[in-house]
Design a protein around this ligand. Structure first.
Ligand code: GDP
Length: 302
């Protein structure tokens, strides 16, 4: 199993962030120019906006850098920026709750990458010798269930599913019974994400969560909100909607390999006060990196 701080993973992270690194790459020149601090910070603000950091978080970054530079009398704005980004990303604990047995839920809008991310997590822990089982609790879309079945087949893992239109909570109930009876280490629940009916969806998610915690006290240990990084600032808007569902423990930010500009990671953490726990770097089961604020910032700025 790769460790995220190994060279191979760090290189992959840098490759994933290639697009964002282009923006931050311009910083080098900027910091080395002999322009005044005011001008440098103005341009930095523009770069942050271009990198999808969003207005509120970019403003905070500039304000903090100004204060820190004034307080310490330091001239090294790059070092101050680096520390500022790490501070923002470390506000909430980003390490994953790896205690077993565990039940984790994946929630988020359809198309964001829930099913694929469930498969990546399943693969990760199966590779570490854990017994993993999957539950397809999106009974609304037959295709979603089929897709999880396909992943289960590929990864050699059981998938619990129900009839189309069945109550998702009943599928979760069945899955939890199998999980307990056969001593699994990890049950991953893939859920529905219909965009147009948030109220019903939130009630449905709450019901699933209730069934899980009634059957296994202390569970679910993780509720990961799956967000598509390519939608930039809209990811923050979506996350706000989902934050109405209580108990989200962190974010799985997908598709950072594509056209995404990684600045949205900063916006998600700062504006939603949710830690990012995993990032998706492609479509295969192996394309997952456990998030680390230090590695992320290092990969952006190195
Ligand atoms: P769901 O509807 O939320 O379950 O989303 P899916 O898991 O079906 O994913 C939607 C699409 O996004 C699929 O084509 C996935 O292959 C793709 N996808 C998911 N995660 C990633 C990622 O990290 N990178 C890339 N490039 N594509 C991804």
């Amino acid at each position: 199993m790769e460790k995220y701080n190994s060279n191979a993973v760090f290189d992959r992270l840098k490759q994933t962030l290639a697009r964002t690194r282009e923006f931050f790459g311009r910083l080098e020149q900027l910091f080395q120019s002999n322009r005044c601090q005011e001008e440098i910070l103005e341009e930095l603000f523009e770069l942050l906006i271009l990198a999808d950091v969003g207005v509120p978080t970019s403003e905070k970054i500039i304000k903090d850098i100004k204060e820190k530079a004034k307080k310490s009398g330091a001239q090294d704005l790059k070092a101050i920026l680096k520390q500022e980004l790490i501070d923002i990303l470390s506000q909430k604990k980003s390490s994953v709750e790896e205690t077993w047995p565990a039940i984790w839920m994946l929630v988020g809008v359809n198309g964001g990458g829930k099913t694929t991310s469930a498969a990546k997590i399943a693969y990760r822990y199966k590779s570490q010798g854990k017994k993993v089982i999957l539950a397809a609790a999106d009974t609304f879309r037959a295709a979603a269930q089929q897709q999880l079945q396909l992943w289960g087949h590929k990864l050699g893992l059981p998938v619990i599913q129900g009839q189309p239109g069945a109550d998702p909570a009943s599928i979760v109930f069945d899955a939890v019974q199998s999980f307990k009876a056969r001593n699994y280490d990890l049950l991953l629940v893939d859920t529905a994400g219909r965009l147009h009916t948030y109220t019903n969806l939130m009630a449905e998610l709450e019901k699933m969560k209730k069934v899980i915690s009634r059957e296994v006290p202390g569970a679910p240990q993780e509720i990961l909100l799956v967000l598509d990084a390519t939608i930039g600032q809209n990811a923050v808007v979506q996350a706000r909607e989902f934050n109405r569902f209580s108990g989200i423990t962190g974010v799985f930010l997908t598709k950072l390999d594509g056209t995404a500009k990684g600045g949205s990671v900063l916006a998600v953490v700062e504006e939603l006060q949710l830690p990012v726990k995993f990032i998706g770097t492609g479509e295969s089961e192996k394309d997952l990196i456990e998030f680390s604020p230090e590695s992320f910032v290092e990969a952006l700025l190195s």
